[in-house]
Structure formats: C-alpha cells, structure tokens
Design a protein around this ligand. Structure first.
Ligand code: AMO
Length: 439
C-alpha cells in the first residue's frame, strides 16, 4: 500500500526532504499552489505541502508546451502534482528549485480567497477563523499545531514510561464536577444530562482499579467570559494516581513539562523559526509559592486581596510580572478549591490543592483528593451540593478508595506557552467560545 500515490504517480519527497544534494534528480511532489509569480519569460509557482514550500521554476521557452499550458492554469490553492528535476540555485532561500517535466492538476480553487494565505497581508483573527480550513494552511498555523502534536506525543510517551494507562471516560454525564454554573445541558432521551467539564470523578474512581491513569480529551465549560485564554470546548490532559499525594504529582508534572519542552526544542526548530519564537527549556524544580505568600507579594504591589478569596486575573497579571516563568501556588484556602480536594490534616482551613502558573496564566490545577466518604459528603454539603446527586460516585468510596492525587493541564494553554501565541483561539483548530460555534 502506498498512501502517497495518485494513479501511477507516487510522491517521492515532501518539500522539506528536497535538498541541494538532490541536484539533477527527478522528484515527484504533491501539494497546493501557495503563490504564482509571472515575470514574463519565467514563471514561479510556490508549491506548499504540510512540510513547507518549494519553488517550481518554469523557464517558458525551455519547458514542453504542455507543461507550460498546464502551468498557465494553476492558481492559488489549486492542488496538483509535479514531476521535475531538482536544480541547485542561489536564487531561492533553500538553495534549490524544481524545473517541471509534467504537471497533474488535481483540483481547482475559487479565485476569491477570503484571506491571504502567503501571510504577507495578515487578516484579522475573526476573518481567519471564519475561513479556518483555508487559514490552517498558513505556515504559522501548520507550525503551531505541529508543536502541539510534538508536545502531546512527548507527554504521552513520558506517562506511558511511568506506567500510566490511557483511558477514555464519558462526556455525557448526569451531575456537575467542577461547579454548576459552567455546565452545558443536553437533552438525553428526555432526561437532563450535561457535557463533562472534566474527567475528575471518573479518573478518581479509576485509581481503584488501574491505579495510574491519564486521559487526553475535549471537555466543556459554558464560559460566559470572553477572554483570550478561555474556550467553551478545550482539551485537557488529566492524570490521576493511587497511593500518592500532591507533592509527588507536582514532581511528576514538572518532569512532564520539562520533557515536553525539551522534546519540542529538539524536534521543532524549523517550526519555531516560522513562528519567530524562542523559548528556554525551564529549569526544574519550579518555584513553589504558598497562597499566603502570593497575597503578601501582591500587597507589596498595592493589590489587596482578602484572605480566602480567589485571585482575580488583574492580580495574576501583577504576580506574573514578579514571576515571569513557571511557578506553583500551593496551600490554597480549602473553600476556594473544589469539593474533592483534601483539606490539610494539620490546618483544615488550608488544602492540598495546587495550581501551576506561567506568568499570569493558570496552566494546571491539581491536588491530593479526599479518599474518605464521610469527609467527601461533608465537603459536598459545605459547597452547597447535594450528596444524593453524587450517589454513583460515592459508591467507589465503599470499595477501598486509595489515597490518590492528580492534575489537569490545559493543552491549548500549554501550546500558547510553547508557541508564543497570545490568543487561545490561535492554538485551537476549530475554537468554540461564547460567540463562535462555526466552522
Ligand atoms: P481546572 O478547572 O482548573 O481543574 O482546569 C484544569 C486546567 O484546564 C484548563 N482549562 C481551560 N482551558 C481553556 N478554556 C477553559 N474554559 C478552561 N478551563 C480549564 C486550564 C486549567 O488549569 N479537575 C480539575 C483538575 C484536577 O484537579 O485534576 C480541573 O478541571 O489550563
């Protein structure tokens, strides 16, 4: 089986694989027209595939008439195949061009492209998102999602190496896990159901059987606020492990981030150059600040937050200036965190929950979980939730729930950090937010 063949034409190279060493060799390339430039006696067609671009040079008097005739037809975004000879040249940035021997035109495109795909005239993000299938062909976008792919591959392989099992929990659920306000409702055969906000309760239950699990998948939050870091559908990388606590899963998290950054740095040099972005692999261990320290630091910057309250975005922006890298915030007030986070045994007003921040962005939340049923019921009640709605989940606590801990990381936010994109929509193939449900 050959995936890259059309009739009797088989792709020999991606654009990036064609090098000056191939001088004189015939190659077969598949892709799309990114740009056409006609200079009278010579025509340049920029062929783009997922790996990059290459210049097809057509000296009009020296190519076969039918090659010239086909090249006359080619316009931006036509898909086509070309057979041609590689030629070394000092006229192109990559030091090569291809002189065509034959073209196969595969499909046409509209003349009126809604955005400029060469990136020379950048369009506004909303216009680009409206034309997302086309927008995703831009080199910046290809680079962004390759970085995301590479980071996720690194995270997965790291977790496999630590004996985690990849699992898939339901998206259609009967009760909230992360608070009721951000729930999407679904009509489930006449019964009210919800779209899962996180795999939280399932991943905890799975520590009872599989001990160490992780999941990568979409979750849903009916976020009313329209910000540059919130989506209504985002991808979460969640882990949960039995017989462990927050301190250990924080250590694991640091290693995961360090590994993902190292692999991206190693494998994505060309993507980083397309993005014009440089990042340093962070040193571990990351700084650990307690909630109280954060309040003190903020006070020194004239930002007062009453003890026990959540930290608002404006305050995080101030904090992010003081700590412009990765840092943990630990020892949160118990009531500021979700019901499943374990209160500290020595000081129950504080809990074993943590956040991992990057500048002012929260990238990860996690913690040690409550493993005792009566304590969990008490916390549900304190949060104004009805334990009866959690009956199915609570049964797990009758079967020897182990001490356990875990975290959830937002993949899009990690991608923002790795690519330097400031808007989460840029790092989401088809973003969903308060105002966008298409394309
Ligand atoms: P939390 O609600 O903090 O914790 O979410 C975990 C991480 O998921 C990402 N995230 C989002 N990304 C984009 N748009 C959103 N609307 C959005 N909401 C969350 C963030 C955030 O840090 N169950 C816990 C995790 C755990 O304790 O294991 C949870 O969901 O990067």
């Amino acid at each position: 089986m050959n995936l890259d063949s059309i009739g009797d034409w088989t792709r020999t190279h991606y654009t990036s694989q064609v090098k000056p060493e191939n001088d004189g060799q015939e190659v077969t390339l598949f892709g799309w027209v990114q740009d056409v430039r006609d200079l009278g006696g010579i025509r340049f067609i920029i062929l783009q595939d997922r790996e990059g671009t290459i210049q097809i040079t057509i000296p009009k008097k020296r190519v076969q008439p039918e090659v010239l005739a086909k090249s006359d037809i080619l316009q931006k975004r036509f898909s086509f195949a070309v057979k041609g000879n590689v030629k070394k040249t000092n006229m192109t940035p990559r030091g090569i061009e291809v002189i065509p021997n034959a073209f196969k035109i595969l499909n046409v495109a509209t003349e009126q492209l809604p955005i400029d795909i060469t990136g020379k005239t950048p369009a506004l993000i909303e216009a680009r998102l409206d034309a997302r299938p086309l927008d995703l062909t831009q080199e910046r976008n290809l680079a962004t999602f390759k970085v995301q792919h590479t980071a996720l591959e690194a995270i997965r392989s790291f977790l496999f190496g630590k004996d985690f099992l990849e699992v898939h929990t339901p998206r259609l659920i009967a009760s909230a896990t992360e608070g009721g306000a951000e729930l999407f409702t679904v009509d489930y055969f006449g019964q009210k159901a919800y779209l899962a906000q996180s795999p939280q309760l399932y991943k905890e239950e799975l520590t009872l059987s599989f001990e160490k699990v992780f999941e990568v998948g979409p979750f849903f939050r009916a976020e009313e606020s329209h910000t540059r870091r919130h989506l209504s559908e985002f991808t979460s990388v969640d882990i949960e492990a039995a017989f462990t606590s927050a301190t250990d899963v924080m250590g694991l998290l640091e290693q995961v981030i360090h590994h993902a950054c190292t692999v991206v740095k190693e494998k994505c040099a060309s993507e980083m150059s397309v993005l014009g972005y440089k990042f340093e692999v962070p040193q571990i261990p990351f700084k650990r600040l307690t909630y109280d320290q954060v309040l003190d630091d903020l006070k020194k910057q004239d930002v007062s937050i009453p003890w026990g309250e959540d930290i608002p975005t404006e305050a995080f922006r101030v904090l992010g200036k003081l700590y412009p890298f990765f840092y943990f915030i630990t020892d949160w007030p118990t009531h500021a965190k979700a019901f499943y986070i374990k209160p500290r045994e020595d000081k129950p007003e504080l809990c074993e929950g943590f956040d991992l921040m990057w500048h002012y962005i929260e990238l990860v939340s996690g913690g040690t979980r409550i493993a005792q049923k009566d304590q969990l019921i008490q916390r549900l009640q304190e949060k104004g939730l009805n334990p009866e709605s959690f009956k199915c989940h609570l049964q797990a606590y009758d079967y020897g729930m182990p001490p356990h801990a875990g975290w959830g990381l937002g993949l899009e936010r990690l991608t923002m950090i790795l690519t330097g994109n400031k808007n989460i929509r840029e790092v989401t193939l088809y973003p969903r937010d308060r105002v966008r449900l298409t394309p």
